[in-house]
Design a protein around this ligand. Sequence first.
Ligand SMILES: C[S@@+](CC[C@H](N)C(=O)[O-])C[C@H]1O[C@@H](n2cnc3c(N)ncnc32)[C@H](O)[C@@H]1O
Length: 271
Amino acid sequence: MSSDQVHLGHRARKRFGQNFLNDPYIIDGIVSSINPLPGQNLVEIGPGLGALTEPVGRLVDKFSVIELDRDLAKRLRHHPDLADKLTIYEGDAMRFDFTQLIKPNNKLRIFGNLPYNISTPLMFHLFTFHEHVEDMHFMLQKEVVNRLAAGPGCKAYGRLTVMAQYYSRVTPVLEVPPESFTPAPKVDSAVVRLTPYEVLPHPCTNLKWLDRVCREGFNQRRKTIRNCYKALLTVEQLEDLGVNPGLRPENITLQQFVKMANWLDANHQNA
Ligand SMILES: C[S@@+](CC[C@H](N)C(=O)[O-])C[C@H]1O[C@@H](n2cnc3c(N)ncnc32)[C@H](O)[C@@H]1O
């Protein structure tokens, strides 16, 4: 094991996606963009060795953390400055029921330098709690941030884009080079802010249909809309919905995906 795998005496575990932040300038930038204030309902996913937890802990009295690695959770329990401030949940954030953290009139502010191996499914899990969330700040692979923030017509535009933008405003915040972590990941990273809408701008009557139109479209990106949805919608129906059958799925706006989903929900039995 080379020394670049060890940080603050802890050997990084690849299976837990452990790349620890080591760059004070970047840490400062992330904490400033979160702007934690006393009394807020803050939740960190994957606190690790405390790179973000410590500076956030200097700004607020109490907050929650969810950490899967038993050894790291134990370290936090004995942390001289943090032990009294943290409610530590030792377990998998992908299975975590975030409704247990809800407090009256105090939506969740979730943040974390996420393990990259689970970041996309974890975000889909988090979207299901959108109405309880004020905002989320995440460090992700830069490529994933590009997907979250993409517009129609971009290569990065896909199912993750549509679902993220269905629920929230997406704001890229900061780019982060590999050297800012120990061990250094092989990819560039970026921080993004997701701010769930109070009122969804394009409400969908059945999310199963939205998921299905996204999957069927983006799994066959090179096909035209006409061919992607042959089994579900005729050319006339597409045209009535304002969707050009000759375009590709990556050209369809969120609003158009929702229109297709809502029409299918009204006219078909099951998604
Ligand atoms: C990229 S590291 C970030 C650590 C620290 N926040 C930092 O910035 O240096 C990801 C952290 O998430 C934890 N982790 C991995 N999978 C997890 C899961 N499913 N649920 C909760 N935490 C997880 C890892 O053990 C690790 O502490």
